[in-house]
Design a binder for this molecule. Structure first.
Ligand SMILES: NC(=O)c1ccc[n+]([C@@H]2O[C@H](COP(=O)([O-])OP(=O)(O)OC[C@H]3O[C@@H](n4cnc5c(N)ncnc54)[C@H](O)[C@@H]3O)[C@@H](O)[C@H]2O)c1
Length: 324
């Protein structure tokens, strides 16, 4: 298992995963259209191909020529709000273009396909913590597009024998020394809080402090991108296809993250409480027992401070994010 195609490797999680694979002696080819990713986020040790998964024939030709051992598929659009305005954009990219990649994997004899799925496939969960047995009823086109592609992979595995792992990340967070979070626009909690600390944002808006949780704010499960990278590598060697929920299992509220950010940075976060946003469940916590047992996965960043510290270091090193 040596040569890996990392689709979306110029993005936040894909770039960190490419770095992890290169550190562990894999050959990495990054394929990215730079829709939301950054050329400077591509690890210089990787070969970079600028391309769009929508270009089906080129993609199949590339995979046949390069004979990748495995494909890691991070390339997608992932703004929930945007998906509610423009579902077509989400189903075209996250489902139709992703199918081109799955077809290319089948046609070129790829041994392992690892897919970035999401907790958003569960919608409003019917159990907590959320195991792989929970019902999957997404409440937005983003989550639905990811669930549809999980189903495509299931049938490709049954019919074509494509071995896959669908890794359902909860809230990806943190940074490596070189790769961090630079979404434009940024919608994720930790970078927003840290940008507020640095004065890049005037205030941090907290949506809803009247949920049925101990401090009233939403609880989420933050998982470090290096722990996600470790899970991707382990998934390459799984004997069978499978679905895995990835989180630490420690739910952290928005207020707890803000307090941890203040402890790490030594500075106050200017915070304003706004009304709840529609569609935000009060609590999303992963049960990752299956990944721990079957993949031998063990997250290393288990508390808020260690995750925030890594993101804080990265923001100080790259105050304006990646160069354009
Ligand atoms: N960030 C999170 O907390 C989180 C949580 C759960 C799941 N995910 C999933 O993880 C994956 C990576 O997320 P991220 O935060 O790194 O996103 P990102 O936007 O930073 O990275 C996605 C990358 O894919 C590229 N891309 C998108 N469509 C493409 C296409 N058709 N062809 C080629 N390249 C294309 C983009 O240019 C970008 O570089 C996504 O699939 C996302 O749905 C993310």
């Amino acid at each position: 298992m040596k040569k890996i195609l990392v689709a979306g490797g110029a993005g936040y999680i894909g770039s960190a995963c490419a770095e992890y694979l290169l550190d562990h002696d894999y050959e990495v080819v990054v394929f990215d259209a730079l829709f939301t990713g950054h050329r400077d986020a591509v690890d210089p040790r990787a070969r970079f191909i600028k391309g769009d998964l929508a270009e089906r024939d080129e993609l199949i030709a590339l995979c046949k020529k390069e004979k990748f051992d495995a494909v890691m598929h991070f390339a997608a659009f992932s703004l929930v709000g945007e998906s509610m305005q423009n579902p077509s954009k989400y189903f075209r990219n996250n489902l139709a273009s992703a199918m081109n990649l799955a077809d290319a994997a089948v046609e070129s004899g790829v041994q392992s396909f690892v897919f970035s799925s999401t907790a958003a496939t569960f919608g409003i969960p019917d159990e907590m913590p959320i195991s792989e047995r929970a019902s999957q009823i997404p409440i937005n086109p983003y989550g639905e597009s990811k669930l549809c592609f999980e189903k495509v992979l299931h049938w490709y595995s049954e019919i074509h024998g494509l071995k896959y792992a669908a890794l359902r990340y909860f809230n990806a967070a943190g940074a490596t020394a070189l790769h961090g979070e630079d979404h434009r626009p940024e919608s994720h909690l930790i970078p927003l809080v840290l940008q507020t600390v640095r004065g890049k944002r005037e205030k941090f808006m907290l949506f809803g402090d009247d949920y049925d949780t101990p401090d009233g704010s939403c609880i989420r499960d933050y998982i470090h991108i290096l722990d996600l990278a470790q899970a991707h590598e382990k998934a390459l060697y799984a004997k069978e296809s499978g679905h895995y929920n990835l989180g630490t299992g420690n739910g952290l509220s928005v207020f707890e993250i803000v307090r941890a950010a203040e402890a790490v940075t030594g500075k106050r976060v200017n915070l304003e409480v706004a009304p709840r946003r529609p569609g935000d469940p009060p609590r999303l916590i992963a049960c990752s027992d299956r990944a721990r047992k079957e993949l031998g996965w063990q997250p290393r960043f288990e508390n808020a401070e260690s995750i925030i510290e890594s993101a804080w270091k990265w923001q100080q090193l790259f105050p304006d994010g990646y160069a354009e």
